[in-house]
Design a protein around this ligand. Structure first.
Ligand code: FAD
Length: 371
């Protein structure tokens, strides 16, 4: 019996394998505690589909608390606000502090509120995914009687999937189709191989969704946005769907971070200054090479993270994480339509969405089984 304390911050996508193995970890004599601000963790890949009512909230969430407690782990409903790495302590929002021998961070990312005027209530962000439920309610209510204007700020996957699923939601509810505009700032999908953006654009514009590519949103408030050109656009609802940033927890704690504030980790997903500190998913800066903020990497990190946490607790050797090559991208654009991309193959249509739906539901079933 070793009796070491393993603490996890966040029950996110990179911690799935660890959460599924709590019994095993405990059987080896270790204590496991999970700190999370919600009893559920939402699978973001299906978030836009939930907004569009293809999925219910239950379809896309893991009951983290239940999974932890069922296996004899300790679940702490709280938020980590500071890591005091010298003394191996995590400080929580409630004022509590927890001691650890090994700490693993999967605190995810957030949408920066750049340009948003304080107190704005009709501005929604694509993360946390829970917030998309409030957006859905608002859209259903407001499109029942009026033609409203919705602005989506962002020019990548979130903007595309959210606008497509707002369109689907209103159609399903038989509401009055709103004017939907994507404020892409610069060229839509410019970071991606051109056929992806072209195919997404074809699907969205055919539905009357406008894409504005030559002006940045500078000031975002409840009823209007002001663009860099000085132009003002009146809007009823605004959705922030631009690039995410890692949790500020690490920068706030004075820990070694990358340029975007992610916890600096080496090939073992381990911080080099504090070797009992590990991390995965959107909240890390992977020193060997920066990784895109996609769930694919978080999922690929699972087994390595589980292995390394146990190895660190028990003084065994660590495994290196290999991010792997090109990954599959499929976008859910609502209306049963998707865009598929892998290597040099890009296609759009119902098959693309069906493949995504199959993969996503399978992933959910695999880990929901532990509930
Ligand atoms: C709308 C949308 C759609 C997407 N679709 C896809 C897709 O189809 N495929 C894909 O690969 N990627 C997709 N992504 C990207 C993907 O969401 C992220 O890469 C993925 O969520 C990262 O997982 P994570 O577990 O690191 O972070 P998160 O999913 O953000 O999870 C972090 C967890 O930590 C908890 N947490 C946060 N802060 C603290 C704290 N201080 N203390 C304790 N707990 C904390 C949170 O509550 C949360 O449960 C999408 C993103 C968005 C916004």
């Amino acid at each position: 019996m070793m009796n070491k304390k393993l603490v996890l911050i966040g029950g996110g996508h990179a911690h799935m394998a660890t959460l599924a193995n709590i019994e095993h970890i405990r059987a080896r004599g270790h204590e496991l505690t999970v700190i999370a601000p919600s009893e559920h963790h939402y699978y973001s890949g299906m978030g836009p589909g939930m907004l569009g009512k293809t999925y219910t909230p239950d379809d896309i969430r893991f009951r983290t608390r239940r999974v932890v407690e069922k296996q004899g782990g300790i679940f702490v409903l709280d938020t980590a606000v500071r890591i005091e790495a010298e003394n191996r302590m995590v400080h929580l929002k409630s004022g509590r502090a927890l001691r650890y021998d090994v700490l693993s961070c999967n605190a995810g990312s957030f949408v920066p509120q750049t340009g948003v005027v304080e107190g704005a209530e009709q501005v929604f962000a694509s993360k946390p995914i829970e917030r998309l439920q409030a957006l859905q309610k608002e859209i259903i209510q407001r499109t029942a009687a009026d033609r409203i204007a919705i602005g989506i700020i962002g020019g990548g996957p979130s903007a595309a999937e959210i606008s497509g699923n707002i369109w689907q939601l209103v159609r399903k509810q038989k509401g009055i189709m709103p004017n939907i505009t994507i404020f892409s700032g610069s060229e839509f999908f410019s970071r991606f191989s051109p056929p992806i953006g072209q195919k997404i654009r074809q699907i969205l514009t055919r539905r009357g969704i406008q894409i504005l590519e030559d002006d940045y949103a500078r000031v975002i408030s409840d009823h209007q946005i002001i663009l860099a050109s000085g132009k003002t656009v009146a809007l009823d609802l605004v959705v922030l769907a631009f690039g995410v940033r890692p949790s500020t927890l690490f920068a706030d704690s004075g820990l070694p971070v990358g340029p975007d504030g992610g916890l600096a980790v080496n090939q073992f997903l381990q911080n080099e200054t504090y070797p009992e500190l590990f991390g995965g998913g959107d909240c890390i800066h992977f020193l060997p090479r920066p990784l895109n903020k996609v769930g694919v990497y978080a999922v690929r990190q699972n087994t390595v993270l589980l292995h390394n946490l146990l190895a660190r607790l028990e003084g065994k050797s660590l495994q290196a994480f290999d991010p792997g090559g090109d990954y599959l991208l499929i976008y859910n654009l609502g209306g049963g339509q998707g865009v598929f991309h892998k290597n040099r193959v890009t296609f759009k249509g119902r098959l693309a969405f069906s493949i995504k739906d199959y993969i996503d539901r399978k992933f959910m079933r695999k880990f929901q089984a532990f509930e």
